[in-house]
Design a protein around this ligand. Structure first.
Ligand code: CMC
Length: 428
């Protein structure tokens, strides 16, 4: 803590507010008393300059392209860790010791099954329902099945709800996929890893044994690590806002899934691959880059640009390397990877993208890997939701335990009609 302050000059004089200092990153002006003292609000649509909470989970330096989870760089975690280890780290603050990791794996594996009644929910959806529509519905419905983990004032119940959400997400996502292709659901197999089990429930069939491909398992696990958390992004803030009212964790995560679905957020991985396919040939890249730069054309390069990163997204680097490795090791070639590589080069040397500091983000290359593994594009955002659930529950738990936590209630700059009298319909 520091005794430094910041002065805000208003028409009626200067007001002084404490400057808060994090362990790293920009200082923060604590304006909590501003309205009470001045009768004024601050205006910050999109929260570009507003810290909504204190957090000790994830740190991003967007200018330098740095992403740390509990202090550990994302590339080290992606290279050396596993998704389960990262999940433990995000939830508990430190990397697990060997026995702690074994216990965590065991606990998560014991929660992978869904209440049998939940399977009937799927049958209420059309077969062509988007998996994210199913995820929103089924995850929200978990609150109706697991009443013994919805008391948010009980830390033990919060932990059980967190374990349930992390454990059941692969089952829920795999069932959404199976439903869309008309194949029977597969029950989890707890002898497999978290990621291996998910691959089996997605691509296996009850009629024959499924062998998990270790290359695919490793790539998928890495994709999960790269999506596990990302500080106060739109869906995480949505989870926190929903949770700030005391809503149960399953309802909060369903809210996060709804927010993630949008193409400016998690939906960008689906949109990015669709865009690369539409471009189809390196010869057409220039045309699309010109469209992205045209102010009169709403088209944007999907998988490019980020609110926080004004440098290369460190997740995109690992993702690109993983895409190259997976295609090579699976002996696949995909012309879309050539288009992506070339598009990246052209965009990164273009004045428009340089000036606006637009770089590839996590979604630019992920679709190519997921496509190589065999997922249809509609599943991409559901996989993002599966992995991000870990971050959401860690952030939700942190919020509930924060003594400064209050219901989220932004104010507004009102620009509508001022008070006027009601006029009966015949006299308007
Ligand atoms: N292609 C072309 N121009 C772009 C792009 C893009 N992908 N992204 C931003 N710009 C331009 C934008 O037109 C604006 O120009 P100007 O200042 O002349 O009006 C400027 O760059 C700043 O853009 P912004 O929309 O004000 O920036 P933002 O911080 O509000 O938006 C973003 C960030 C990620 C929504 C945006 O870059 C975007 O729409 N990207 C494409 C979608 C995408 O890939 N989203 C995934 C984000 S990473 C994963 C996740 O968070 O889920």
């Amino acid at each position: 803590m520091t005794n430094r302050t910041a002065k805000i000059s208003t028409g009626s004089g200067d007001l002084t507010y404490p400057l808060l200092e994090g362990s790293v990153g920009p200082d923060v002006i604590d304006i909590r008393k501003l309205y009470g003292e001045s009768g004024m609000f601050t205006y910050d649509p999109g929260f570009t300059s507003t810290a909504s909470c204190q957090s000790a989970i994830t740190y991003i330096d967007g200018d330098e392209g740095i992403l740390l989870h509990r202090g550990y760089p994302i590339d080290q975690l992606a290279e050396q860790s596993s998704f389960m280890e990262v999940a433990y780290l995000l939830l508990h603050g430190d990397l697990p010791k060997k026995n702690e990791l074994e216990e965590f794996n065991y606990i998560i594996s014991r929660h992978t099954m869904l209440h049998e009644q939940l399977a009937t929910f799927y049958r209420g959806f059309r077969r062509d329902a988007h998996p994210m529509a199913i995820m929103c519905g089924v995850v929200g419905a978990l609150s109706a099945f697991y009443h013994d983990s919805t008391d948010i004032t009980d830390p033990q119940q919060r932990l059980i709800a967190s374990h349930r959400l992390i454990a059941k997400m692969p089952t829920i996502a795999a069932m959404a996929y199976k439903y869309s292709i008309g194949q029977p659901f597969l029950y989890p197999d707890n002898s497999l890893s978290y990621t291996g089990n998910f691959l089996r429930m997605t691509f296996g069939v009850p009629a024959e044994p499924y062998e998990v491909n270790p290359i695919v398992e490793k790539a998928m696990d890495r994709i999960f690590i790269l999506h596990a958390d990302h500080e106060q992004n739109a869906s995480t803030s949505t989870v926190r806002l929903a949770g700030s009212s005391g809503a149960n964790p399953f309802a909060c995560i369903a809210a996060g899934i709804a927010c993630l679905w949008g193409p400016a957020h998690g939906g960008a991985n689906e949109a990015a691959l669709n865009m690369l396919r539409e471009i189809g040939d390196v010869k057409r890249i220039k045309e699309y880059v010109a469209r992205a730069k045209d102010k009169n054309d709403p088209f944007r390069l999907m998988g490019f640009g980020h609110r926080v990163y004004k440098n290369y997204d460190p997740r995109a680097k690992v993702m690109q390397q993983t895409a190259e490795e997976v295609l090579k090791e699976l002996k696949l070639s995909d012309p879309v990877l050539d288009v992506a590589r070339e598009l990246e080069q052209i965009a990164l040397s273009d004045e428009y993208f340089i000036e606006k500091k637009l770089y590839p983000n996590v979604d630019f290359y992920s679709g190519i890997i997921l496509n190589a593994i065999g997922f249809p594009t509609e599943m991409f955002t559901a996989l993002f939701a599966l992995a991000r659930t870990v971050g959401w529950v860690a952030q939700w738990n942190e919020m509930i335990s924060d003594p400064e936590q209050k219901i989220g209630r932004p104010r507004q700059l009102y620009v509508g009609a001022t008070q006027r009298d009601y006029v009966p319909a015949g006299k308007r």
